[in-house]
Design a protein around this ligand. Structure first.
Ligand code: PGA
Length: 243
């Protein structure tokens, strides 16, 4: 585990974008695992800026997103499909046929999950996976529980996740109660994992996840044993962490 302290959100985003662009330069046909949420917005903006300057070419890249709300159509403003296009895909030259996300509007959970695992397998697994962390320790939508779920699965979102995500919806009632998410085995099989965390509200969970025991009660804690895991946090998120 490698921890990098960034000055602030902008610096964190720039450092994360640097690692992602290095991956794409080293391997132009890289498979990137991507995340949604408030934290990666600045990272995507930085990548778009460098793309516009001609510094990165995404034409060979494949993307697989971590998760999607179950029951939201792709056109829905709060779907992760929409988020990814609004913040990243619409501004760079990633080939639309190489963009993959769980099919949120398909309610057949067995099929959706099986199909998504097959997609990830068919693209050869993930070279670099970008992750945020939920304040309950979730990664993707792998919520705290009694066991690590290996493959793509359908989850019931916890109350704390529903509350955290309500800021993106008109009201809390509109937040979907379920989501499809990549599983922990898939996350752990990513060849490199890059987590970004910003702000005081992530401070406690970072201590629990990376300085406590490895437990499915804190799903992110499993990353302690990933062979190539980098955490970039800003000063607020990493306060009190000795590097
Ligand atoms: P956030 O979400 O980036 O909006 O804080 C992180 C997460 O839930 O994984």
């Amino acid at each position: 585990m490698k921890i990098i302290k960034a000055k602030d959100y902008k610096d964190m985003s720039r450092k994360a974008a640097n690692i992602i662009s290095a991956q794409v330069i080293i391997k132009p046909d890289a498979v990137l695992g991507l995340a949604t949420g408030g934290t990666p917005v600045g990272t995507y903006a930085q990548l778009v800026e460098w793309y516009n300057k001609g510094d990165i070419d995404f034409s060979g890249v494949t993307t697989v997103n971590l998760d999607e709300y179950r029951g939201l159509a792709r056109g829905h403003k709060q779907s992760y499909w929409h988020f990814m296009h609004a913040h990243f895909f619409d501004y760079v030259n990633i080939c639309p046929e190489r963009i993959f996300m769980p099919k949120g509007d398909d309610l057949d959970e067995v099929k959706v999950c099986k199909d998504y695992d097959r997609v990830i397998e068919n693209v050869g697994g993930i070279d670099l996976l970008l992750l945020g962390i939920g304040s309950d320790g979730h990664i993707g939508f792998n919520e705290p529980g009694g066991a690590f779920e290996p493959g793509t699965h359908c989850v019931n979102l916890t109350e704390s996740t529903i509350e955290a995500n309500a800021r993106f919806f008109e009201s809390k009632e509109e937040v979907p109660r379920q989501a499809y998410t990549m599983g922990i085995r898939t996350i752990m099989q990513a060849r490199k994992v890059l987590m970004i965390a910003s702000g005081e509200k992530k401070r406690d969970i970072i201590k629990k996840a990376f300085f406590g025991s490895v437990t499915p009660a804190v799903p992110a804690s499993i990353l302690q044993i990933h062979p190539d895991f980098i955490l970039i946090g800003d000063e607020e998120a990493l306060e009190g962490v000795d590097l």
